[in-house]
Write a protein that binds this ligand. Structure first.
Ligand code: PAF
Length: 292
C-alpha cells in the first residue's frame, strides 16, 4: 500500500495500532540498495506491519550538496521493498512535509543561508564532531525529519544502518531525550564482496573511482589489524589510515577513533571504540566505519 499524505498514513496506522499491531519503520531517501533491503527484512521478522518512507529530505542537504541530483528511482525502490516484505510505503512530496518550503525551493537555496522561520530539532555537541563538523546543519535536518516521520508513522521499532553511525547515535539520543517510546535498532553495514560499504551515492562514481573508493575499507581494516596486533596509540593508528587513503587519492575529511557512545576522541584506542572515516573520491563523499 502506498500513501503520500500525512493524514492518510496517520489514519491507517492508528487503526492498525488500535488492533494491537506492532509497527516497525524504516526511513529512507530512496535509491534503495541491499543495505536498505536488509533493514526491511529484519523489520519484517520482528513486527506485524512494516512501514518504509521514501523522501529526499531537503533540510539535511547543505547549499552546495547534491539535493537536486540525488538519485530518485521510485519504481525500482517500490519493487525491492515489496519483495523484502514492506506493507506500507510513505512517499510524501516536499510541501507535504514542509508546507512553508516554497520560497526556499523556488530560490534553490539551503535554509542555512536564508532566514526562514521554522522549528527544528538540534543535537548539541555530538552534531559538531565527525561528519557534523563538515556538514553544518545536516544533523538538525536529519533529526527534524526523523522526528516528524516518527510522529506520523508512530512506530514501536525503527531500523537504521550503522554505516551512518553518527546518525544512529543522534537518533538514539533524541529518542531518549524526548521520551519517545520507540526501540531504535542499529543494523550491520552491508558491503559489496570487495569490501565497499553500500551507499546510494556509490552510483555517482566511475569504474576507476570505485576502485579507489576501496581505500576506505582498506584503511579501516588496516587500523583494526594493527590494533589487534597491539598498537593502541591513536595518532599512529590514525596515521596508518591517513596514509593509505592519501596514497589512493582520497581527499580525506577525517579519520577519527572515538568512544562509540560519546563520539569523543580517545587518546588510547580500546576494544569497542569506533573508527570513523570520511573523504571524497572525485566528487563523491564517502563515509565508513568499524568497531575495534
Ligand atoms: O539515512 C538516511 O537515508 C536519511 O538520513 C534519513 C534517516 C532517511 C532521514 O532523511
Amino acid at each position: 500500500m502506498k500513501e503520500s499524505t500525512v493524514s492518510e498514513i496517520k489514519d491507517l496506522i492508528l487503526s492498525l495500532k488500535k488492533n494491537g499491531k506492532i509497527i516497525s519503520f524504516v526511513p529512507t531517501m530512496g535509491n534503495l540498495h541491499q543495505g536498505h533491503v536488509s533493514l526491511v527484512e529484519r523489520a519484517r521478522k520482528e513486527s506485524d506491519i512494516v512501514v518504509v518512507s521514501i523522501f529526499v529530505n531537503p533540510t539535511q542537504f547543505g547549499p552546495n550538496e547534491d539535493f537536486n541530483n540525488y538519485p530518485r528511482t521510485l519504481d525500482e525502490d517500490l519493487k525491492k521493498i515489496k519483495e523484502a516484505g514492506c506493507d506500507i510505503v510513505f512517499t510524501p512530496e516536499v510541501l507535504e512535509m514542509y508546507p512553508t518550503e516554497n520560497e526556499r525551493l523556488n530560490n534553490n537555496k539551503s535554509e542555512l543561508d536564508k532566514n526562514i522561520s521554522r522549528t527544528m530539532v538540534s543535537a548539541f555537541q555530538k552534531n559538531k564532531v565527525l561528519c557534523g563538523k563538515f556538514r553544518p546543519g545536516h544533523f538538525d535536518g536529519v533529526l527534524t525529519i526523523v522526528l516528524k516521520l516518527f510522529n506520523i508513522c508512530m512506530p514501536d521499532k525503527t531500523y537504521f544502518g550503522l554505516k551512518d553511525y553518527q546518525q544512529y547515535i543522534l537518533i538514539k539520543d533524541m529518542v531518549k531525550m524526548l521520551n519517545l517510546d520507540i526501540e531504535v535498532i542499529g543494523c550491520p553495514i552491508i558491503r559489496d564482496k570487495d569490501g565497499l560499504a553500500l551507499s546510494s551515492r556509490n552510483s555517482y562514481m566511475s569504474v576507476e573511482q570505485r576502485k579507489k573508493a576501496l581505500s576506505l575499507s582498506k584503511a579501516l581494516n588496516s587500523i583494526k589489524n594493527a590494533f589487534k596486533e597491539g598498537e593502541k596509540d591513536n595518532k599512529k593508528l590514525k596515521g596508518l589510515g591517513l596514509s593509505i587513503m592519501s596514497d589512493d587519492d582520497i581527499n580525506i575529511q577525517y579519520v577519527e577513533i572515538v568512544d562509540s557512545e560519546t563520539l569523543i576522541p580517545v587518546r588510547e584506542a580500546g576494544e569497542g571504540n569506533l573508527v570513523a572515516i570520511a573523504g571524497y573520491c572525485g566528487n563523491t563523499r564517502l563515509i565508513d566505519n568499524i568497531i575495534l
